[in-house]
Structures are given as C-alpha cells and as structure tokens.
Design a binder for this molecule. Structure first.
Ligand code: HPA
Length: 268
C-alpha cells in the first residue's frame, strides 16, 4: 500500500514540496480553511480509507501559511473505528517518502489534572500508550525504521521550547502535560480516571499516540497540542452545558491556530 500512497501523493503535490504535516483533531479544522493557494484531495483519492466520524471530512489540504507550503489532514483514523494501527505507519511512511520532515498533531482531550481546565491548550511532553495497540506490530522494514525504536524524545524538546516562547509572546497560557491514549470509544469510568492520574497522565484521549509512535519510528520530530474540552469523569462537580463546552473548545481552538501559524511562520 505504501507505494500506492506515494504515487498518488506525488501526483497531487506536483512541484510543491511541503515539509510539515499537521493532523487536525475533532473540531480543529479551521486552520485548513485559512491557508493560501489551497488544494484539497479526499483521502479516498489517495488510496486511503474513508473516515466516518462527525466533524471529520477526511481530506488532505495543501496550502501556504506564510511563505511555506504545509499539508493538513482534516480527519484522522481512530482505532476505535476499527482501522488497523499499521495504516498509520504506512500512511506516515508515504508522507515521509514524499518529503515530510516533521509532524504536528492536534487533538481534543479530556483533563485528568485539576490544574488543567477545560478551554486550555496543552503542549504534549510525553505520552502513555494504554490503547493496547501499536502501529509497528508486524514484520519490520528496516529501510523505514528500527525494529525497536526509542521513545525517549518523541515530542522534541527543541520544538517545545520554540512553542513555549511563541505562546509567551502571544500571551497564550499553555501548560505541558503527559497525554494518555486509550482505545475508546467509551469515555473513562471515575475509577479509571483516578487510576490513570496515578499512573502519571495529565490529559486523555483516543488518538495521537499511534501517530506519534509511527513518527518517532520514522525519525520525524513531533509537536503535539491538545485542546481540553472537558474534565474527565468524576473531576467535574457541575456538568458543563453543551453550549459552554462548545464555546470553550472554540476559543481554545483559536489559540491553537495562532500558535501553529506562528510556529510555522517562524520555522521556515
Ligand atoms: N476521555 C477520552 N477522550 C476524550 C475525552 C475524555 O474525557 N475528551 C475528549 N476526548
């Protein structure tokens, strides 16, 4: 499959050469709507499976942010939909083969940490893979990456430092945290939330880690950003109204767009 993705991607990219891939999480697609010279293609036309989650259209957009071409994925493959984790490895391998040198992943996440409130933006500093799945399972192609890749510096310190400086300059308050991935699709029980907090996770979601593991395997540095949409089960005394949740998510996603834009413009 990798060869098919590569062939289709090259046809789509023509002479443009983006080196950054941004994966946009649920409700965070706005960034892709504000790029210059956009060129959009459905995942299906690239030979990739379709996506059928609300809020995800399943398309790739090539466009300019500042002077620079970037690729943005609107819609991601969630394992809880039944997608094979190796799909993520193969897809990112194809992107790397076409010149992608770094990955920015975004997601909507719940907070396990009382100090991290709904509406905030969290810079992922590390992860805990509790999904029970791994994109690297199966025979290894040594030309892509090592059989036993290190996960020591997945969320590159250098890039996190840059992002923190940008946030400061834009007066955007961000915290760093450990992201835990669960398979889903159910939300956690209150007992699970307590247990996961003790394990050292600050925020939780059903994506991202698969992509980060595959990126680390391919030696692509990752910048990970989460928008906190809710406190995890049992941590919120009063239930947020749906309108409040949407509003906080919306505001936070604007902050996220500002951060990613500035990061890309300053790192050409
Ligand atoms: N748990 C898991 N995934 C999530 C949550 C949550 O509370 N919020 C958004 N994605």
């Amino acid at each position: 499959m990798i060869e098919t993705y590569v062939k289709n991607l090259k046809k789509y990219l023509k002479d443009r050469a983006p080196d950054t891939l941004v994966i946009l999480g649920s409700g965070l697609g706005a960034l892709a709507e504000n790029v210059l010279e956009p060129k959009t293609i459905a995942y299906k036309a690239l030979g990739l499976p379709e996506i059928n989650v609300q809020g995800h259209s399943g398309q790739l957009t090539l466009g300019k942010i500042g002077q620079k071409d970037v690729l943005l994925m609107q819609g991601r493959y969630h394992l809880y939909e039944g997608h094979q984790p190796q799909l993520i490895r193969d897809m990112l391998s194809a992107f790397a083969n076409c010149g992608i040198k770094r990955l920015i992943v975004t997601n909507a996440a719940g907070s396990l940490n009382p100090k991290i409130k709904a509406g905030s933006v969290v810079l992922i500093k590390d992860h805990i893979n509790l999904s029970g799945q791994n994109p690297l399972v199966g025979a290894n192609d040594d030309s892509l990456g090592p059989r036993f890749p290190s996960m020591e510096n997945v969320y590159a310190l250098s890039e996190r430092k840059k992002l923190k400086k940008i946030a400061k300059r834009h007066h955007i308050n961000i915290k760093e945290g450990v992201y835990m991935m669960v398979l889903g699709p159910n939300f956690e029980t209150p007992a699970e939330v307590k247990a996961f907090r003790r394990l050292g996770a600050d925020i939780i979601g059903m994506s991202t880690v698969t992509e980060s593991i595959a990126a680390a395997y391919l030696s692509l540095p990752v910048l990970g950003l989460s928008v906190i949409t809710n406190m995890a089960s049992g941590l919120q005394k009063k239930e947020l109204s749906h309108a409040e949740t949407l509003e906080t998510a919306q505001k936070a996603s604007e902050k996220l767009s500002v951060l990613i834009r500035a990061y890309l413009e300053e790192n050409m």
